[in-house]
Ligand binder design. Structure first.
Ligand code: SF4
Length: 96
């Protein structure tokens, strides 16, 4: 699975970051989330945070047993662009 890149607004929707924190330094947000093991990197130029991965390079929000997204209703924007064939609750577009 490809690493998932998210924006600050995705992190707010996921309730990993508060609105107040989002208004402040993104580098500070990165440090906090990195410490918590939630993200692996941050690119200042693009404002993209890379979500951490679990074993077998699964997204940290993928349930290892059911293979469903555990944050489907709050999933990042990039995960919403797929599939193009309407919503499939719980379905992670990164799973083949
Ligand atoms: S849909 Fe869910 S499990 Fe899949 S990459 Fe996005 S956040 Fe992770």
């Amino acid at each position: 699975m490809m690493p998932v890149e998210v924006r600050i607004e995705d992190l707010v929707r996921l309730e990993l970051v508060t609105e107040d924190e989002a208004q402040g330094s993104q580098k500070r947000v990165f440090k906090k989330l990195k410490k918590a093991g939630l993200v692996s990197s941050f690119r200042d130029g693009t404002g993209l945070f890379m979500l951490s991965q679990k074993k077998m390079s699964d997204c940290i929000f993928l349930d290892s047993d059911t293979r469903l997204c555990t944050v489907y209703e709050r999933r990042p924007g990039v995960c919403r662009q797929f599939p193009s064939i309407g919503p499939r609750p719980g379905y992670c577009p990164c799973i083949k």
